[in-house]
Design a protein. Structure first.
Length: 226
């Protein structure tokens, strides 16, 4: 994998020169609905398995694009380096067409990971693999609601493995393709949901990014603010 760091207006942007490759299998066919479930491995931190989640609503419009699309993610602690902070992401969803400088992660030292390159939807293929286990989409048993323009962040104790389901409505037919260790699409999203639960069925996170630009985040009562 080859990479370079380019500075623009005093902000460093990580740009990888690896071309995207299509996924294989029955679910790689392009569709306006992407509905995939994965089993993911959280990091073991301080003697516990832990996943984090954050979300914010849409903000700062430029023409038909957004500097900050509506966003929700699930992450863990894989990398402590700013240049590889994207590896902490297990999965993310957005809503709204991103500008060129809209970023999945704004890491320390000015490192950014543009959505137009890393994806409007993304799944960490190194930490997650496809699963056929059922994961309900809904907020039953969880607490939360709408979030603002600043990140709302929560930490949740998890298990050795968690199930992550993403369901998204795209602006046009799309499919997830492999890019630098992630399955992703760069097609803009109309609305999307992400749900996380343990393999035993305990719900941890349910987040939505809506066509209106709102983001909703619900977490288990056992989760705590970051």
């Amino acid at each position: 994998m080859l990479g370079r760091v380019a500075a623009a207006a005093g902000v460093a942007t990580v740009v990888f020169t690896v071309a995207a490759m299509p996924t294989t299998g029955a679910r790689s066919q392009a569709s306006r609905i992407i509905d995939r479930t994965f089993v993911c491995t959280p990091a073991f931190v301080g003697g516990v398995y832990k996943v984090d989640t954050r979300a914010h609503r849409r903000a700062v419009r430029r023409g038909s694009s957004w500097v900050q699309p509506a966003f929700a993610d699930v992450s863990t602690n894989v990398s402590a380096a700013s240049a590889t902070a994207i590896k902490n992401e297990l999965a993310w969803v957005t809503s709204g067409r991103p500008t060129r400088d809209a970023s999945v992660v704004d890491a320390p030292a000015g490192f950014r990971f543009p959505m137009r390159r890393w994806g409007t939807i993304g799944v960490n293929r190194e930490q997650c693999r496809p699963s056929k286990k059922p994961v309900a989409l809904g907020r039953s048993g969880l607490r939360g609601g709408r979030v603002g323009v600043s990140d709302e962040e929560w930490d949740c104790f998890a298990a050795r493995r968690v199930l992550v389901r993403i369901r998204a409505v795209m602006t046009q037919p799309a499919r997830l393709t492999l890019y630098v260790g992630f399955l992703r699409t760069t097609v803009p999203v109309t609305a999307a949901s992400v749900a996380v639960q343990t393999e035993s069925g305990k719900r941890l996170v349910f987040a939505q990014v809506l066509a209106s630009g709102d983001s909703l985040l619900h977490t288990s009562p056992d989760c705590f603010p970051d």
